[in-house]
Design a protein around this ligand. Structure first.
Ligand code: NI
Length: 186
């Protein structure tokens, strides 16, 4: 496995690649396994919850998502895992159904580290995608962090960046310079 460089929205050359729509993946693809491992490693290193292949300069319809385990501190100070970590590899994902509503959430991106802004998202989405073995899968009514990460990553595959979805640009701020608790970054 290897760490790879993540392209940046605030770099003109990088942005050209990030803005390109990605082509569908033709399965089987023997090279994909290594790329997926690198994507997870790069995502975890940056404390992200999602990463799309075009963010590494590879314009194919592939993204990974890693939702951290839900930990709960007990009265005696011990920590209990109430929900395990979840990892997804989405190949050729398509959002086939949405809740239709809109929720505003503070969102960031590994291609613009430290910056967060208010982005409108559906509260849940149903996504269809392929697994590495080519099998078609459907994830129904994914909500919460998973649902938002799916919407953010699928946007990347169409060249859509979260900064373009922000309606009130005064909400876009560099939080790395402020003393706030870190928000999850897809
Ligand atoms: Ni992103």
């Amino acid at each position: 496995m290897a760490l790879r460089r993540v392209l940046r929205i605030d770099n003109e050359e990088d942005k050209k690649v990030l803005k390109m729509p990605s082509r569908p993946v033709k399965l089987p693809d023997r090279e994909l396994k290594r790329l997926i491992a690198d994507m997870f490693e790069t995502m975890h290193e940056a404390n992200g919850v999602g990463l799309a292949a075009p963010q590494l300069g590879i314009n194919i319809q592939l993204c990974v998502i890693g939702i951290p385990a839900d930990l709960e501190e007990q009265e005696d100070g011990s920590v209990v895992e109430v929900a395990p970590a979840e990892e997804y590899v989405l190949i050729n994902p398509k959002i086939v159904k949405t809740s239709g509503d809109e929720v505003m959430r503070q969102e960031g991106c590994l291609s613009l580290p430290g910056w967060y802004g208010d982005v409108p998202r559906h509260s849940w989405v149903t996504v269809e995608y392929q697994e590495l073995n080519g099998k078609l899968r459907r994830l129904r009514k994914a909500d919460g962090l998973l649902g938002w990460a799916i919407q953010h990553e699928v946007d990347h595959l169409h060249g859509v960046l979260f900064t373009e979805l922000i309606r009130d640009l005064s909400t876009l701020r560099d939080l790395s310079k402020e003393d706030v608790e870190t928000v999850e970054t897809p």
